[in-house]
Design a protein around this ligand. Structure first.
Ligand code: SF4
Length: 436
């Protein structure tokens, strides 16, 4: 039953999960557009004949969201609101046989390294000349910038290597060319992402080359900010800190998931670093890059985590005072090393422990924000919400960190511009300010 005239040549792409998946959707959309398809990303229009769902298969909640999205579009197909449903990405990579059996309405399932085959299914060709080109889904002034694929780390709780394969760095020349094209198109901020950013170059050049890559990207005309996400603590390439300190367009910002602080749990998680090593690294980063904002991610309720382990983590979070912090309740993922352990921390306890860590962090975040009142920060204006300009300082990544709110009735600013903003007010997770 057809409810609306569908446009055969139009494709809607839906992305779930992390910024790396978003990057892949942008590459897919660039290829589709080059093959003369009309492409939209998560738009409200309902006239696309084809929908491609780029799924996430990381942990329980993310998997559920992906399955719900697939079922939504399977129902839409039955109702004639779409003709073809295609599924790709991590969930599909991990559970293809089960998904094919359980959701037969889906026309085809693809993995995370199947772009040419997916395009072929739509009668399109993979265009090699487009390497590094994509259709941005973010405002043009900032772009996620994936420098490698896959991961060689053995973290016990993590299913990502199962879905993304071994670590493969992109050639530096390709990345520098991609950055130059983006800068020419108006991109001011590059947000560097990978499964393990600090591993960059080891496979390709036989040495850690992130510092060198940073220098090359920092030399690209027009790039005002370079931000680092997903650094790994063990074997951290300290020379990166010198580049961060010396280059004004490398943000004094570092996202480094640390997961826990208990020696026993770090060993079980196979993180390759101890409590002492972690503390040494954090203080050395702060020493070598004064004023750096540190973001981290932790796991609550890992198998065998005791109340004392949790208290140890809480005490350490209170004392370390991270600028930004997120917590995931542990998710028992089959085929991971930790799956052999007993998932003995109850769901409610996991949730309560995660909330306790976030409550402590909320206090810290408010105090750190209050200390910024009166100071002036270079701020990138992202968008306008009603009568408010919304921007970010170099200490804030899009979507996950603080916003700077500026009264638009009083002051005129331009989206995509950097502006010097004096901070006039602070909340737990937002700042307010005015042009300095
Ligand atoms: S570094 Fe560890 S947690 Fe991160 S993607 Fe690799 S295996 Fe997973």
């Amino acid at each position: 039953m057809k409810t609306k005239s569908l446009r055969r040549n139009k494709i809607q792409v839906v992305t779930l999960g992390c910024s790396k998946n978003l990057y892949d959707s942008e590459v897919l959309m660039g290829q589709l557009r080059a093959n003369r398809f009309q492409v939209e990303h998560e738009s409200a229009s309902e006239d696309a004949a084809i929908v491609i769902i780029n799924t996430c298969g990381f942990i329980g909640d993310a998997k559920k969201e992906s399955i719900d999205t697939i079922l939504h579009w399977a129902r839409a197909k039955k109702a004639g609101r779409v003709e073809k449903v295609i599924v790709t990405g991590c969930l599909s990579e991990r559970y293809k046989p089960e998904l094919e059996k359980d959701i037969p309405e889906v026309d085809a399932f693809f993995g995370t390294r199947d772009l040419p085959r997916l395009l072929k299914t739509l009668g399109a060709d993979y265009k090699h000349e487009l390497v590094g080109e994509r259709l941005l889904t973010t405002p043009v002034h900032y772009a996620y910038f994936k420098v490698s694929e896959g991961c060689d780390r053995p973290c016990s709780f993590c299913a990502i290597p199962l879905m993304r394969g071994r670590h493969v760095s992109k050639p530096m020349e390709e990345l520098v060319a991609e950055a130059a094209r983006l800068a020419k198109a108006g991109t001011r901020e590059l947000i560097l992402i990978a499964q393990d950013l600090t591993y960059y170059g080891l496979d390709l050049y036989g040495k850690r080359a992130l510092a060198e890559l940073l220098k090359r990207l920092s030399d690209v005309d027009g790039i005002g900010w370079i931000r680092l996400h997903y650094a790994f603590p063990a074997g951290f390439p300290m020379e990166v800190l010198d580049v961060m300190r010396e280059r004004s367009n490398v943000c004094k910002y570092l996202d480094m998931p640390l997961q826990h602080i208990s020696d026993r749990l770090l060993a079980s998680m196979r993180r390759g670093i101890t409590r002492a090593g972690t503390e040494r690294l954090v203080s050395e980063i702060r020493e070598r890059v004064p004023g750096v904002a540190l973001r981290t991610t932790l796991i609550a309720g890992y198998p065998s985590e005791t109340k004392a382990d949790h208290e140890e983590l809480l005490e350490w979070v209170r004392r370390t005072r991270f600028d930004r912090l997120g917590v995931f309740p542990y998710s028992h993922e089959e085929q991971t090393h930790a799956y052999a352990l007993k998932d003995d921390v109850g769901a409610r306890t996991k949730k309560a422990r995660a909330e306790a860590v976030m409550a402590a962090q909320m206090e810290i975040s408010r105090e750190l924000n209050e200390a910024k009142v009166g100071r002036v920060f270079k701020t990138l204006i992202d968008h306008k919400e009603g009568a408010t300009w919304v921007g970010r300082t170099e200490h804030d990544s899009p979507e996950v960190d603080n916003d700077v709110l500026i009264d638009a009735k009083r002051d005129y600013l331009r989206i995509g511009d950097f502006a010097d903003i004096r901070i006039t007010g602070a909340g737990e997770y937002d700042l307010s300010g005015e042009p300095a």
